[in-house]
Write a protein that binds this ligand. Structure first.
Ligand SMILES: *Cc1c(COP(=O)(O)O)cnc(C)c1O
Length: 227
């Protein structure tokens, strides 16, 4: 089942790449394994994927303790400062930085273990009430400047979630906004390269708009069981 799902996803990724003359190698596929059992992660790992995404700190810690393969864990959920300790030794990337307080806690915990933590800033590009993320450009540039002096954090890119809608234009607009903000940051001399955008519902649009990391759960694993 998962192998077949992966084939379908890969075909659609390639098609989207072709449409805008991008190389498949420019895009990392992150398998979002939240709520999925260890066996499902093992199955995906066997197909050759090594990037996995989780959105709950304890769940990531627990899975990392059990799985012995050399995976790259991406923390993609909202992160409270008191839970940084659960993921600091296992997360390759943290995608959801939206405050100085959180950045300083990560910096401190990373320094304790002699690590430079790679992070992405989460930008709120949609008007949805429930979404986390930095609300406006001024706040973003203020934060990235403050974070740039923290020695144990390396900012590598931006992340966003488009609203769940069938309106392709609304989705595209969110992704475009993220790319323009990344480009603007680059022009100001910040070394951001990554654009983490695109999920099961919208990853092809994200690729067309420049995504370098796509985060896919349902299309790979099937529906999540929250019980
Ligand atoms: C759950 C989740 C995903 C994956 O969602 P699917 O629609 O199942 O592909 C991607 N990004 C974030 C931040 C998530 O929480």
């Amino acid at each position: 089942m998962i192998t077949k799902n992966l084939h379908i996803v890969e075909e659609r990724i390639l098609k989207a790449c072709l449409k805008v003359s991008r190389q498949r190698s420019e895009i990392s596929l992150i398998a979002v394994s939240k709520t999925q059992p260890i066996e499902a992660i093992e199955e995906v790992y066997k197909t050759g994927l090594t990037h996995f995404g989780e959105n709950k700190a304890q769940e990531l810690r627990d899975k990392n303790l059990i799985i012995k393969h050399d995976l790259q864990w991406h923390f993609i959920g909202h992160l409270q400062t008191n839970k940084v300790k659960y993921i600091i030794d296992s997360a390759e990337y943290i995608h959801s930085i939206d405050s100085l307080k959180l950045s300083e806690e990560i910096n401190k915990k990373a320094a304790n273990i002699g690590k430079v933590q790679k992070i992405l800033f989460e930008i709120k590009t949609s008007n949805e009430e429930s979404k986390f993320g930095i609300q406006n450009e001024n706040d973003f540039f203020e934060l990235i400047e403050q974070v740039s002096i923290l020695k144990n954090i390396k900012a590598v890119g931006l992340m966003t979630m488009a609203p769940y809608t069938n309106d392709e234009n609304v989705i595209r607009e969110c992704f475009r906004e993220l790319r323009l903000l990344r480009d603007k940051a680059q022009n100001k001399g910040y070394g951001l390269t990554e654009l983490s955008m695109g999920m099961t519902n919208d990853y092809e649009i994200a690729i067309e708009e420049g995504a370098t990391m796509i985060r896919i759960g349902t299309a790979l694993f099937g529906d999540r069981n929250y019980n």
